[in-house]
Design a protein around this ligand. Sequence first.
Ligand SMILES: Cc1cc2nc3c(=O)[nH]c(=O)nc-3n(C[C@H](O)[C@H](O)[C@H](O)COP(=O)(O)OP(=O)(O)OC[C@H]3O[C@@H](n4cnc5c(N)ncnc54)[C@H](O)[C@@H]3O)c2cc1C
Length: 284
Amino acid sequence: MHDIIIIGAGPAGVSSGLYAKRAGANVLILYYGESNLEKATKIENYYGFINGIDGKKLYNNGLEQAKNLGIEVKNEEVLNIKKINEQFIVKTENKEYTAKSVIIATGNKKLRPNIKGVTQFEGKGISYCAICDGFFYRNKNVVVIGNGKFAISEANDLKNIVNNVKILTNGLEMENTSEFEIVTQKIKEIHGDERVKKIEFEDGNTIDVDGIFIALGQAGGSDFAKKIGLMLNKDNIIVDENMKTNIDGLYSCGDATGGLLQVCKAVYDGAKAGLSAVKYVKNK
Ligand SMILES: Cc1cc2nc3c(=O)[nH]c(=O)nc-3n(C[C@H](O)[C@H](O)[C@H](O)COP(=O)(O)OP(=O)(O)OC[C@H]3O[C@@H](n4cnc5c(N)ncnc54)[C@H](O)[C@@H]3O)c2cc1C
């Protein structure tokens, strides 16, 4: 068991790792997929770089700094977090890790696909969390919109509850490593009246559905939040001044918590979260 598992290796995740490790904690950082920092061609407003610095370079420097300090760093996509008997279980595709405390530093993720009808039917047949809402679709026909491991994980959570679950990639490629039927046609519109009724594809075909679960890209902070019962403000995880969420032992930092979406804030948040998590672990 680790003292602290940090999800995310951007400035927030690495900063929390540096502070936690230096305070004596046994830390694991799990990261997967592109961070926002890697998309920034040049950072010119962060302290100490006379001519600015390329975002990708700064990101890789952070990863190296964490490894140099002896932090265990693994490139694995986190699919779910659970808390059972005061212990956190962090699930990746093939493994489960346990920890006394977890820090969510997964950055800022826009969840909504640009499909006509999505906003209209949210809460009326469109859900963003299989574990939370799957029960409402017992013996019904549902789809998951997404094209990665997260979509498969959500379909797995639904398969024993619903009558049928398909994965719709909305025009994106997907390697079919699962038992589920994959439909790759691009979606034109979601139709219904009080609730979702059918999906229309751009080629004119339609399918009848009772529910739609959105699982685009990889799971982000707000996806984990919904699964484990964290309080959100829109898609941002709500934390107090010590980066503590409403669940004991669970912290969040950086873009995942909203506010100023900048490196300086992510680094500050990360330091706070790391120190808070260490204090929590030591008090246990
Ligand atoms: C184009 C662009 C330009 C920018 N320019 C500036 C600028 O000039 N100055 C500035 O200060 N800020 C800038 N920013 C903002 C800055 O990049 C972010 O505020 C900062 O990166 C936030 O850090 P973070 O650690 O919270 O999240 P991120 O840097 O986004 O890191 C998120 C981490 O979480 C990991 N992750 C996500 N989901 C999972 C999962 N399911 N499993 C495992 N790992 C996961 C990712 O791999 C990544 O390591 C810019 C952003 C963009 C997009």
